[in-house]
Design a protein around this ligand. Structure first.
Ligand code: GLY
Length: 405
């Protein structure tokens, strides 16, 4: 694995630091208040009245006729938020609660229906292992990584990780979504932990296939693609959460940057870094001087719904990207400044109050065409926001990230 240079970043402006520390204190207070209300269920998005909507961790992805349900791919993020609150507060109640929540989540490590086990376990078992050193969480993360590796589909043009469905179902077997790029860091982590290169090879193959099939000429991305498995050629690019098949769904670019920078860190191939940088630049250009991106850059509405989660996810990707350059490299410094602008902007304009509506960031947009979690707090947005804030404020290697800050 290529060493990513240590970075001694510019200190945070004191006002920005105070703003971001306030986010972590707000998080701790809200987790404490929410936990007793949840039973064995996990939050995923807020309802219009601001209350969490919840489901059990056991809700697996699956087809119901032709309709696909993503199941509970959110549960790991709750565990990760508890670990983040422990990093800030040092209060062991957060770790103990995270352990209990992890037990409820554990069964999903062998779920054969979804790439989302990457999201679930890289946001929960890995941070919990890193915080406690308890090997049972490492083992659980590795079990999930094996299940994710089993989703590799080989073609004459390369291999990819199928995103959803049991692999004997052709509808899922031929499909891959850009979100998978943010699941493959679990594979790189598993390789580094075990020395078994097959995890990293699966992730790298997926990143190469993604690089060759998702990017449009203007550096925006398809949300999902289908392949002809016999030839490895893309048969179509499409969306299910974006505005249209040819539109620029704002969240997808963040998922892509995370995966390409992780691929650069793991393989040392500068093409992955360059691709991450191109996608990030294009996204920042589309964002302009806004604090929060629209849910889709091509929604023609005068005031399109926002997606604060897309902003938080890209901020994390930009921090990864920044750390992949030498500390004195102005390109890396520019990406870090953009990340800080996004995070402090969201903290000042989208932070939810301690009382009343639940969650950390308002203005998230989970699945607009399906009408789920629109103008809401969305748990994955809160997680990626907090993860980036923890890295900046506590200089803490908190979850699966191959870079130091
Ligand atoms: N499944 C990941 C997303 O909704 O972005």
């Amino acid at each position: 694995m290529t060493a990513v240079p240590d970075m001694t970043p510019d200190p945070l402006d004191p006002q920005d630091r105070a703003t971001l520390e306030g986010v972590l204190d707000r998080l701790a207070a809200k987790l404490r208040a929410d936990e007793p209300t949840l039973g064995v269920r996990f939050p995923y998005v807020t309802a219009p009245d601001g209350a969490w909507m919840t489901m059990p961790a056991s809700a697996s992805a699956g087809y119901d006729g032709d309709a696909w349900s993503h199941g509970n791919w959110f549960c790991g993020f709750w565990v990760g938020l508890l670990v983040a609150a422990w990093h800030r507060s040092g209060d062991d109640w957060f770790l103990e609660t995270a352990r209990e929540r992890m037990k409820l989540t554990a069964e999903r490590a062998t779920d054969p229906n979804t790439h989302d086990i990457g999201f679930i376990f890289s946001s929960s078992a890995v941070p919990l292992y890193m915080a406690t050193g308890e090997t049972r969480w490492r083992d659980l993360g590795l079990t999930a990584a094996r299940q994710l590796r089993a989703r590799v589909v080989r073609t004459p043009e390369g291999a990819y990780v199928s995103s959803w469905g049991p692999l004997d179902d052709p509808r899922g077997r031929v499909s891959s979504a850009i979100d998978t790029m943010a699941n493959i860091p679990l594979l790189y982590w598993a390789s580094a932990e075990t020395g078994d290169a097959s995890f990293a090879l699966a992730a790298e193959a997926h990143a190469r296939m993604t690089a060759g099939s998702y990017l449009r000429d203007d550096d925006t991305l398809y949300h999902a693609v289908e392949f002809d498995v016999a030839t490895g050629r893309r048969t179509r690019g499409f969306t299910f959460q974006g505005y249209g098949d040819e539109s620029s769904w704002s969240r997808g670019a963040g998922w892509a940057v995370i995966g390409f920078v992780a691929s650069y860190a793991a393989t040392g191939d500068p093409a992955f870094q360059a691709l991450g940088a191109r996608i990030a630049r294009r996204w920042l250009e589309q964002l302009g001087d806004r604090t929060c991106p629209p849910w889709d850059f091509d929604d023609p509405a005068e005031t399109p719904d926002e997606d604060s989660a897309a902003g938080a996810i890209m901020a994390g990707g930009l921090l990864d990207l920044a750390a992949s350059y030498e500390p004195d490299d102005v390109t890396g410094q520019g990406f870090r400044a953009s990340a800080i602008r996004l995070l402090t902007g969201l903290a000042r304009s989208h932070l939810l109050p301690e009382q009343g509506p639940r969650g950390i960031l308002t203005g998230g947009c989970y699945a607009r065409p399906q009408g789920i979690g629109v103008d809401a707090a969305v748990l994955f947005g809160d997680f990626f926001f907090v993860q980036a804030v923890v890295r900046l404020v506590l200089d803490q290697r908190f979850a699966v990230t191959l870079s130091r800050v």
